[in-house]
Design a protein around this ligand. Structure first.
Ligand code: 0A1
Ligand code: ZN
Length: 900
């Protein structure tokens, strides 16, 4: 972003040492097309930390291998907020006037052309590091690191990029009382007490030395030190090795790690069973920290987790929490192969590890629970969050072409659309073909930093498949619109499916090429059974169809790779009802002009593909509600609505489908539909609640009980929308008699739909009961943040000052500010108060934690979707942010791209 007034570029000469005097460099946009390998390899890295919250010293000794023995280009090391103490080359100190130091880089010149030792001494300040990147002191008192994507440069000067892979040895010295536990990656090879008079003159210090035998990029480095206690267990790998498993938390939380440990063992077993992948070290550590920007981090053998994704008990965590923990423990564990053993060449390839690992964790959760329920949840999230990202100013391909701040690209597109891209390989190649591709990928690339093309090539080569246009999924942003229409020819007993694909233009990509869309199709006969699909003419050739085991085919995958294309099924004795895009076989918006409402009801009743049964109900719900919107906009009565679906599409999804999003009308319609359903089905809902209560106070996290609880609680939610005395009384009774958090919280949420004393008292009562359980209090904040009671912004401002809120803790921000941004009526309040509130919070937050601040403000980026009044209010707030002095690069990138 050249020319931006807030950053000054100054040419750099010999520079002083202290970081406060270093020259400030302007933020730079980085492009995939500019990738170049480094001029120097790093072979081994020995790190020594002397920990102290005010001032930690870090000495790194790196064995450097020049790529080319005939020249020595400058070695540019990244470094931010690090004070340089000394530089030595082969043991000889370099004069600091001879090195170049800016606010972002340390450049060394005139280096040996033969392998050499580079030693760098530096100093950092964990206590004042509120960015939660690099080494920081957590509010719980422990020292903790977060290095992905570019946090290692906040620890020491280094070539901080994923294609620099080295073997790390880490020595940690710290006060024994303050930090009895010292952890890093790999195996513990030495530990002990330090003499009272050490070189540092410290009393009561001890040390530990960790050696990681696997080469890794520095983003996988981790260090943890503090007062921690572990839950210990073991896992025997399929080749018979015993792996020590340890989950570390403050002592009082150890009882809440049972579920996480169970999840870890299930993950280890699943990866062996499904992919033949075994764990490769003798120790696997997980540490829970209360202040963490993201969910969790896959550092080699030392995963660090946001406490919220480790700790659970029946009293304090809901079914959703239990399921999320299972999925994230799996996700981080699976990274050991997809991410760590094989990593990314550069950050543009992030989806190579994230899309693949999300796909793997989705499959794991499906195997551990209900496959269709998992798929429905994943697709619903993709459609609300990713489709809207893909349609806004921040739209980017699964593999972005450029970035200013990599942190801004840990997106639903890279993660969730990336997982859909991986899923499509499996749909195209079959489960066995996909496994062959994975085997070849590891065979070719173990220990390497590679690209999305390398993954593609492994899939292609292992299956001798021709998938070439498939690569466009990586390079083109935007959600394809796939229009499918049909015609039955009774005389010819044939059924023609006509497909048209169109990919909308996105910022910087006005024109798109067709991609390869696998369209899974089933055809139902009049009895609702799957017809046997025998032959398909795809325009070029006639194919006979079989399922993967060679039996009769009930689902066919059509390969749609042209803008317009026709497929004809032969030998069909009657006109079928089509079930398109089964199991959501591609991340597209499907348009089906020839599918009637009767067809949808038929699919809802009969489709053997459970995902599509649900989808038929959702399509009905969307159609019915969108039809009502013009009436709501004209303030007309919405009287005649009757529907079958139970869980309705959400407000954002509906807004997304409108030409000009109208939050008020969408909210009115959705509320109306919920109340209509509740009043028409009141007796059924009451019966559902009564019949699905459990007589057993013991909490069990299994499919049967989860299903029972979710049905009961859904019914209770509908009933409370009526705001009648008997429904309120029922919810109060459920609230008081609940024996687990799932039921208690659901009853509280139901009561909180309606403003008034009952709501206020229930909220106060819940807080009083749980005020010492941080994670529960966070959910209490969520509930108030997502509320659609009128004028909730005032309440939000009050909660900013509540003792339970702390701007420095990302979980608090995600709980109190996050959900508010999805409320149609309060965030998008007509008077602009919601936008103003978000801008204020963002600016305050940006001074502490830019990553979290930029995540918050991204909700303003789609301001052009709204009416003129809202547009100008939102734009004004974005402009206010963009011109604020001292803004971080993170927020700057989002605000400026949103305004472009
Ligand atoms: N690789 C992690 C996600 C992650 C990314 C950046 C972070 O920095 C704060 C933290 C975690 C994952 O996918 O699990
Ligand atoms: Zn991940």
């Amino acid at each position: 972003i050249a020319g931006s007034s807030q950053f000054s570029t100054v040419s750099v000469g010999a520079s002083p040492v202290a970081e406060e005097m270093a020259v400030k460099e302007a933020p730079k946009e980085i492009f995939l097309k500019d990738y170049k390998p480094t001029g120097y390899h790093f072979d081994t890295v020995e790190l020594k930390f002397v920990l102290s919250e005010k001032k930690t010293t870090v000495v790194s000794k790196i064995r450097v291998l020049p790529r080319n023995s005939s020249e020595s280009p400058p070695l540019v090391l990244d470094g931010r907020d690090v004070k340089l103490l000394f530089v030595k080359i082969n043991g000889e100190e370099r004069k600091l006037e001879e090195v170049e130091l800016t606010s972002r880089h340390l450049t060394l010149k005139s280096l040996p052309v033969q392998p050499f030792d580079l030693e760098i001494g530096s100093e950092i300040h964990p206590e004042t590091n509120l960015s939660l990147e690099g080494l920081y002191k957590s509010s719980s008192g422990m020292f903790c690191t977060q290095c992905e994507a570019e946090g290692f440069r906040k620890i020491t000067f280094y070539q901080d990029r994923p294609d620099v892979m080295a073997k790390f040895t880490t020595r940690i010295e710290a006060d024994k009382a303050q930090c009895p536990v010292l952890l890093s990656n790999g195996n513990l090879i030495d530990s002990g007490d330090l003499e009272s008079l050490t070189c540092c003159g410290q009393n009561g210090f001890h040390y530990a030395v960790w050696e990681d035998p696997f080469k890794k990029p520095c983003y996988l480095f981790a260090l943890v030190a503090g007062q921690l206690t572990s839950r210990d267990d073991t896992f025997k790998t399929r080749s018979g090795r015993d792996v020590q498993l340890r989950i570390w938390t403050p002592a009082q939380d150890v009882p809440k790690t049972e579920h996480a440990m169970h999840a870890l063992k299930l993950s280890m077993k699943w990866d062996e069973d499904v992919y033949g992948l075994e764990y490769d070290l003798d120790l696997f550590n997980i540490v829970a920290v209360p202040d963490f920007d993201m969910g969790a981090m896959e550092n080699k053998s030392l995963n660090i987790f946001n406490s919220k994704l480790v700790l659970a008990s029946a009293e304090t965590a809901t079914d959703v929490d239990y399921a999320t923990i299972l999925g994230v423990i799996g996700h981080e564990y699976f990274h050991n192969w997809t991410g760590n053993r094989v990593t990314c060449r550069d950050w543009f390839q992030l989806s190579l590890k994230e899309g693949l690992t999300v796909f793997r964790d989705q499959e794991f959760s499906s195997d551990m629970g209900s496959r269709p329920v998992k798929r429905i949840g994943d697709v619903a999230l993709l459609r609300t969050a990713q489709f809207s990202e893909d349609a806004g100013p921040m739209a980017h391909p699964v593999r972005p072409h450029s970035y200013i701040k990599m942190d801004n690209f840990y997106t639903v597109t890279v993660y969730k659309k990336g997982a859909e891209v991986v899923r499509m390989y499996q749909t195209l190649l079959g489960k066995d073909g996909f496994r062959k591709g994975m085997d070849l990928y590891f065979e070719r690339h173990d220990g390497q930093a590679v690209t999305c093309e390398d993954f593609f090539a492994a899939m292609r080569d292992a299956n001798s498949a021709n998938l070439s246009v498939f690569l466009r999924w990586y390079s083109q942003a935007g959600t394809p619109i796939l229009t499918v229409s049909t015609a039955y020819d009774a005389a010819a007993r044939s059924y023609t499916v006509k497909c048209k694909q169109e990919i909308p233009s996105t910022p910087g990509q006005p024109v798109k090429e067709p991609t390869l869309i696998p369209l899974a199709v089933g055809l139902l006969n009049s009895k609702g059974e799957d017809m046997v699909l025998t032959e398909l003419f795809d325009g070029g050739s006639l194919k006979s169809l079989k399922d993967t085991a060679g039996g009769p085919a009930k689902t066919a995958v059509l390969l749609v790779d042209k803008e317009e294309q026709e497929f004809t099924f032969l030998n069909l004795p009657e006109k079928p009802v089509p079930s398109f895009l089964r199991n959501f076989s591609a991340p597209v918006r499907l348009v089906t002009p020839t599918v009637t409402d009767d067809d949808l009801l038929f699919l809802l009743a009969h489709d053997s593909d459970e995902f599509n049964r649900w989808e038929a109900g959702q399509t009905m719900g969307r159609k019915l509600m969108l039809d009502l919107i013009p009436k709501a906009q004209r303030n007309e009565q919405l009287a005649e609505f009757v529907a079958k679906a139970l869980t309705l599409p959400g407000e954002s999804e509906l807004m997304d489908l409108m030409e000009v999003a109208d939050p008020d009308a969408v909210h009115t319609v959705r509320k109306f539909v919920i109340r209509e359903l509740a009043s028409k089905l009141k007796q059924d809902f009451l019966k559902t609640v009564t019949e699905n209560r459990s007589s057993d106070p013991h909490y069990t996290f299994d499919h049967k009980n989860k299903a029972r609880r979710s049905l009961k609680n859904l019914a209770l939610g509908y009933l409370c929308s009526l705001d009648e005395a008997d429904t309120t009384e029922l919810a109060l009774k459920e609230y008081k008699s609940a024996t687990n958090m799932t039921d208690q919280f659901a009853a509280l949420s139901s009561l909180c739909q309606n403003p008034g004393d009952v709501r206020d008292e229930a909220l106060a009562n819940f807080y009083e009961q749980w005020k010492d359980e941080t994670l529960v209090v966070n959910e209490w904040l969520v509930l108030q943040s997502m509320s659609d009671i009128p004028g909730n912004v005032k309440n939000m401002r009050r909660l900013l000052d509540h003792p339970s809120f702390d701007m420095k803790n990302p979980n608090k921000v995600y709980s109190l500010i996050g959900p508010f941004r999805r409320t149609a009526v309060n965030f998008h309040a007509k008077d602009g108060s919601g936008y103003e509130f978000l801008a204020e919070v963002t600016l305050q937050l940006d001074k502490m934690n830019p990553q979290v601040a930029s995540r918050m403000i991204s909700s303003l980026s789609r301001w052009k979707r709204f009416d003129e009044g809202r547009q100008s209010l939102a734009k004004a707030q974005l402009e206010r942010i963009a011109k604020t002095d001292g803004l971080s690069e993170n927020v700057f990138e989002i605000a400026s791209k949103s305004l472009a």
